[in-house]
Design a protein around this ligand. Structure first.
Ligand code: NAD
Length: 317
């Protein structure tokens, strides 16, 4: 039976993944954890075991894993791209020193370890269209540097110590439960909130800037399906390219206008995040994930827009 520790469980992915895992594997088998308790997550905290846990404290990670007989760690604790550029050392510390603590405990306690990478692991000299699974990775952000190094570190722990490490390169994730934690694709979440509230949005990413994106229900399926995949079929293991759609801000606005015809999109470009966006691919090739563990997203841009606008209209009433 799985006993799963989720780190960073109150973040954008973790807040939804924890509840889905509790529905799938039973509330008591999912140990949610977060560096600190945050308001608005009472339902999650009360629905099953919860620990205050900083992944930079390796001893504490080990104590929590032993206390709950954990055999699977989903490590979502991280500092994301835009926040990382403001504090590169903090980004390195959490994303690298925190990750190696998790991998060490995974080695000692024989846990499967899932860690997401990102499209940020690519850089300006990566082929931008239909970006291959195995290609040039010279990112220009500290977040990207930690993501490439993290991918390789997870491969190393599998090859050297036999830790069952797995991971995907997520694109920008769009969701309505918890706001994103300071990434470059966050505009594609904020646009929906402002569409519902004000029928207009000012984008910090410029028109024509395409990036890969995915709706949260598909991201949660990606984590669970890869975690459950037959290991004998996995050639890549860590850092699978996964994508569901690729669009620029004006294309997302067109999709919103199919439901809110008067919606207006303006631009006030943030040059830091624009430069990051321009260094990332336009669209990924996710053939390896499709072939090795059956990746198959359900949502495209219009079905995502319909669901986001319905859910946010109800939430923001
Ligand atoms: P998030 O910022 O919403 O959540 C991360 C959580 O980690 C936060 O709640 C933060 O408080 C916590 N945290 C930070 N330092 C910690 C520490 N030392 N110990 C414990 N917790 C700590 O991020 P997210 O969007 O949920 O991302 C989760 C993972 O997915 C990250 O590895 C991220 O790089 C990756 N990812 C996310 C996206 C996206 O669009 N959301 C895209 C690609 C990859």
């Amino acid at each position: 039976m799985r006993k799963i520790l989720v780190t960073g469980a109150l973040g954008q992915i973790g807040s939804e993944l924890t509840m889905k895992l509790r529905d799938t594997y039973g509330n008591d088998n999912i140990i949610a954890s977060s560096r600190r308790i945050k308001e608005g997550h009472e339902k999650l905290i009360e629905s099953g075991p919860f620990e205050v846990l900083n992944i930079n404290d390796g001893k504490e990670v080990s104590n929590v894993v032993r206390k709950h007989n954990v055999n699977t760690i989903i490590n979502l604790a991280a500092i994301l791209s835009a926040v990382g550029e403001k504090d590169p050392l903090a980004c390195w510390n959490v994303n690298m020193n925190g990750l190696i603590n998790i991998l060490e405990v995974g080695k000692e306690e024989k846990c499967q370890v899932f860690t997401p990478s990102s499209i940020a692991a690519f850089g300006p000299n990566t082929p931008p269209d239909n970006t291959p699974q195995d290609t040039i990775q010279r990112p220009s952000t500290i977040y990207g540097v930690t993501k490439v190094a993290g991918e390789i570190l997870c491969d190393y722990y599998f090859k050297k110590f036999g830790v069952d490490t797995r991971g995907v390169r997520f694109p920008g994730l769009i969701s309505y439960e918890t706001l994103p934690g300071g990434g470059t694709t966050d505009y594609a979440v904020h646009i929906y909130y402002d569409a519902v509230k004000n029928k207009e949005y000012t984008s910090f990413i410029d028109k024509g800037t395409k990036m890969d994106m995915m709706y949260m229900p598909d991201a949660l399926d990606a984590i669970i399906n890869l975690m459950e995949a037959d290991p004998s079929k996995l050639i890549h293991r860590n850092a699978f390219n996964v994508t569901a759609m690729s669009f620029a801000p004006e294309e997302l606005a067109d999709s919103i206008r199919k439901i809110i015809p008067e919606f207006k999109l303006k631009y006030d470009v943030d040059h830091v995040r624009q430069a990051i966006a321009e260094s990332w691919p336009n669209s990924l090739d996710d053939t390896a994930a499709r072939e090795e563990w059956g990746w198959n997203p359900k949502y495209d841009i219009d079905s995502m827009t319909k669901d986001m606008l319905e859910k946010l209209s109800a939430k923001l009433k």
